[in-house]
Design a binder for this molecule. Structure first.
Ligand code: HEC
Ligand code: HEC
Length: 479
């Protein structure tokens, strides 16, 4: 039976071969414009590219199907045989693959075309198919100069965010759920290892890894966020408590100190656990107003000497790690401690004003806010200080109160580029050092004072000026 089939099949192929032999000159004659327009090597490259980018729709052997027309055969030849090949190249590169038009470069598309021509019966020639034109395709990813640079290792790693007991629980969970794919062994952490897409260990300097100029895990939240996609076997196989415990274990393996408290399962709490800010200390603990004072009442001296109330009342409250300021009574709240050379960082957000329509210019929002540095709180009258403006309209301007008035320079263009809309968080940094001030908005320096003579340590005061807003993650590095 099998033998018979074999024989009859061979007979058919012979027969086909004969037909083909007879037919070939006719086809070749029809293909004259494509004959010899590509090289065999190019068609081979094209076959691989076709397999990776076109076959899903245009089918094996370019036969087409439900999803796309055939790219070989009479129909195709009829449509394209009489037109310049350059047009087919242009079309294929700009419109295909349909799921990612322009995804292949012009050179790659020319290779695929060579393969298509070979499948349409045109013979190869000596030279590759090419027509000049823009190379196109996705721009190669431009890596910044400090791509995959390791941040300068520091001995001061940051605050104590987790407890030893939590890291021990994390170790157990890690060993059970992660250790067959990963390790946290600090010994294998080398600069070369950190250049890998997936470093071989999560210990040592893993958390200091910088890619494209940015630290990959600047906060416990970003580490937790990555852990949400793990374990690879099934992300639902561990509990959220185990996930934060594993984060604690990774922190420990990176040399971060342990303390009394645990990392809670609370994204707002994890957000303010910075891993990239050695030397910074949180001056708002996320829970209450320890370390802060109040003087609320317009133009009031503080009670008992004056009309200013010294408790937050219903003007300010703490909610979800955030200071919510109703701000309906003007005044200030200020740090216990005094600072001379320092960097203070925090996030602020104005409530989206109900009276603004989407096309109203938000930069004109005049709801007030401001930060008084070098505040001389004890003295009568408005505290002598330098105010760094917090209002949208002129944010980061400087006013030397009790001094020369408006000072410093502002980079308007930079400011407008980085400012986020009302209702969104913006990050703010004021750095004061040796008579200079630099203020950054969302990580970009936007204003500076080259020289001032407020050279004494003062409190830092936040103004409350009538419009609802919020603050979070207030931390400071004192020099
Ligand atoms: C997601 C499906 C899909 C993929 C992948 C795809 N195509 Fe197409 N292609 C189509 C469809 C659908 C058409 C018909 C479009 C039309 O008629 O407007 C088409 C049309 C074409 C045509 C014109 C055919 C003709 O007879 O006029 C060419 C040439 C072509 N594709 C080349 C390619 C090449 C080369 C690739 C791979 C780099 C590719 N396509 C990948 C769906 C796809
Ligand atoms: C079956 C193997 C496997 C298991 C189990 C697994 N992972 Fe992964 N993990 C991977 C792969 C593959 C990657 C790289 C791809 C990615 O980043 O998603 C990765 C990436 C990571 C990264 C990112 C590393 C970087 O480049 O910054 C972290 C962190 C991580 N895993 C943690 C864990 C933790 C914690 C567990 C256990 C709860 C776990 N993984 C379980 C396979 C696994």
């Amino acid at each position: 039976m099998q033998k018979k089939l074999f024989v009859s099949l061979s007979a058919t192929s012979v027969c086909l071969a004969v037909v083909c032999l007879v037919m070939t000159p006719v086809l070749r004659a029809q293909q004259a414009p494509w004959e010899g327009t590509y090289s065999a090597e190019q068609a081979k490259r094209g076959e691989a590219l076709y397999g990776g980018n076109c076959v899903a729709c245009h089918g094996r052997d370019l036969a087409g199907g439900d999803r796309a027309p055939a790219l070989a055969g009479a129909g195709f030849k009829g449509r394209w045989g009489g037109r310049p090949l350059a047009e087919l190249l242009d079309y294929s590169q700009a419109q295909m693959p349909l799921n990612a038009p322009g995804g292949l470069t012009r050179h790659q598309t020319a290779d695929v075309l060579a393969y298509m021509l070979s499948k349409n019966g045109a013979g190869a020639g000596a030279k590759a198919l090419w027509f000049d034109g823009p190379e196109g395709g996705w721009a190669p990813v431009k890596r910044s100069a400090d791509f995959m640079k390791v941040a300068t290792p520091s001995t001061k790693k940051g605050e104590a965010f987790y407890s030893e007991a939590q890291a021990t629980r994390g170790k157990q969970a890690f060993n059970r759920n992660c250790a067959y794919c990963h390790t946290v062994d600090p010994k294998t952490s080398t600069p070369a290892d950190l250049l890998q897409a997936l470093p071989s260990t999560f210990g040592g300097h893993f958390l200091e890894r910088v890619v494209d100029g940015k630290m990959v895990y600047p906060s416990v939240l970003m580490l937790y966020s990555k852990l949400l996609s793990m374990p690879a076997a099934n992300t639902r196989s561990i509990s959220e408590q185990q996930r934060v415990d594993i984060a604690a274990y990774i922190l420990q393996a990176n040399g971060y100190p342990s303390g009394k408290e645990e990392i809670p399962v609370d994204v707002n709490a994890m957000r303010i656990m910075s891993l990239n800010e050695p030397g910074f200390e949180r001056i708002f603990n996320g829970k209450d107003f320890s370390g802060w004072n109040f003087n609320l009442g317009a133009n009031c001296r503080e009670a008992p000497a004056g009309c200013g109330r010294t408790d937050p009342g219903d003007v300010l409250r703490v909610e979800n790690q955030t200071i919510v300021c109703e701000c309906h009574i003007h005044g200030i709240f200020y740090t216990d401690k005094k600072y001379k050379d320092f960097t203070i960082r925090f996030d602020f957000m104005f409530e989206k004003p109900f009276e603004f329509a989407p096309d109203d210019d938000e930069e004109l929002f005049s709801g007030g806010a401001g930060y008084l540095i070098f505040s001389d709180i004890g003295a009568p009258g408005y505290p002598k200080s330098i105010e760094v403006e917090g209002r949208y309209r002129d944010i980061a301007d400087y006013y030397a109160i009790g001094g020369p008035g408006k000072i410093g320079k502002v980079d308007l263009e930079a400011k407008r580029k980085v400012m986020r809309p009302l209702g969104q968080w913006n990050s703010f940094e004021i750095m004061a050092k040796g008579g200079q001030i630099v203020t950054s908005l969302n990580g970009v320096p936007v204003s500076k004072v080259d020289k001032h003579d407020y050279n004494y340590a003062g409190n830092i005061a936040f103004q409350t000026q009538g419009r609802k807003m919020a603050y979070r993650n207030i931390r400071i590095k004192a020099e």
